[in-house]
Design a protein around this ligand. Structure first.
Ligand code: NAD
Ligand code: TYD
Length: 351
């Protein structure tokens, strides 16, 4: 592994991955390929700009010619594919971009690898995917790598489509691939449209905390750098053609998560805990809202020796502290486009 092309490196997980590994791996060159959509923020990787082993290319992965030209220019031996439209609520309001970026964009990358890598020895295409492809669990059971796909939202359906393409390129063309399907991440640099950053910022600004339905839906939370470590472990040691489920064994109902955030933000920002919790507001549920996600990560733990380092409590404290310390980043991501979408989305949510 000498040159890694990262797609979506200015998004939440991609930026954490680059900030975590670029300084630690000076002998590996990282090329960050990102369209810079509303979710891509160059500020998140600003500290890497002066490094010799880091390069940025503004590229839309839906543009196949540009993808090929970028491959030809940089000649990566490894691709780690993070770029996606990633927010379920946005996918409900406008599914088209999800199919274009997540399905057609993935196709363009796979085909660039297939046609431009003349020899597959030492090459790897790693696809970063989600547990949402498996659909919804009831109170029982966990997702295994063998769980049948049953996606509910346009987002998860488009990610399922991309996973199938990756497996097909492996089976048909023998492209060396791995896939990770991970549970919900939280941590620094997450765009404030997802549950955890929305709640942190709204508590600080004394705004309502919109909890969908009764707040009883369950997610399995993982601190973002634990996910990044898992991806690097799979890229380096995972077997080609294999899928690995990644999760923190950390199931929480949404209302519990929001209450915990209220308490941690109040403690770290010297606010009244009771007043923070009083901001919780139950709003109309998301259509097709998956009830529960839970990951069985036995395979990656036993075969590759990965395990998470952070607990929910330590990870959440770090996350809240990061948002408290990085108000300039928060102001930076609040572009006009983001505000317009939030206004539209919130105005459609009933109480
Ligand atoms: P994000 O929305 O924060 O970032 C996505 C990045 O992709 C942005 O930098 C954006 O500019 C870029 N991008 C979007 N469309 C593009 C295009 N057409 N061409 C090039 N770049 C484009 O997403 P994230 O939360 O960092 O998620 C990264 C990946 O991890 C996604 O594939 C997502 O499905 C997967 N994932 C996310 C989570 C989670 O909890 N966030 C969990 C499991 C898997
Ligand atoms: P989200 O962060 O959008 O991730 P995902 O939908 O991919 O799991 O949502 C996490 C959970 O929080 C999900 O059950 C929906 C819920 N939720 C709210 O209750 N309020 C909100 O404002 C948001 C964005 C999400």
């Amino acid at each position: 592994m000498k040159k890694i092309l990262i797609t979506g490196g200015c998004g939440f997980i991609g930026a954490n991955f680059l900030n975590h590994f670029v300084p630690k791996m000076p002998n590996v060159t990282f090329v960050n390929v990102d369209k810079l959509t509303y979710a891509g923020n160059p500020l998140s990787v600003a500290s890497l700009e002066s490094r010799q082993n880091y390069h940025f290319e503004q590229v839309d992965i839906c543009d196949s010619d540009l993808v090929v030209a970028t491959f030809e220019k940089h000649q990566p031996d490894t691709v780690i594919h993070f770029a996606a439209e990633s927010h379920v609520d946005r996918s409900i309001h406008g599914p088209r971009d999800f199919v274009l970026t997540n399905v057609v964009g993935t196709l363009n990358l796979l085909d660039a690898c297939r046609t431009l890598w003349t020899d597959f020895a030492g090459k790897r295409f790693h696809h970063v995917s989600t547990d949402e492809v498996y659909g919804s669990l009831t109170d029982e059971g966990k997702f295994l790598e063998t769980t049948p796909y049953d996606p509910s939202s346009p987002y998860s359906a488009s990610k399922a489509g991309s996973d199938h393409l990756v497996r097909a390129w492996n089976r048909t063309y023998k492209l060396p691939v791995t896939i990770t399907n991970c549970s919900n991440n939280y941590g620094p640099y997450q765009f404030p449209e997802k549950l955890i950053p929305i709640m942190i910022i709204n508590i600080l600004e004394r705004k309502p905390l919109p909890v969908y339905g009764k707040g009883l839906n369950v997610r399995d939370w993982l601190y973002v750098t634990d996910h990044c470590d898992a991806i690097m472990t799979v890229v380096q040691n995972g077997a080609s053609g294999e899928t690995y489920n990644i999760g923190g064994n950390c199931e929480r109902a949404n209302i519990e998560v929001v209450q915990t955030i209220c308490d941690i933000v109040s403690e770290l920002a010297n606010l009244d805990k009771g007043e923070s919790r009083d901001l919780i507001t139950y709003v109309t549920d998301r259509p097709g809202h998956d009830f529960r996600y839970a990951i069985d990560a036995t395979k990656v733990k036993t075969e590759l020796g990965w395990s998470p380092k952070e607990t929910f409590e330590t990870g959440m404290k770090k996350t809240v502290q990061w948002y408290l310390d990085n108000t300039a980043w928060i102001d930076g991501v609040r572009s006009g486009k983001y505000r317009d979408w939030m206004d539209k989305n919130y105005s459609q949510r009933g109480k």
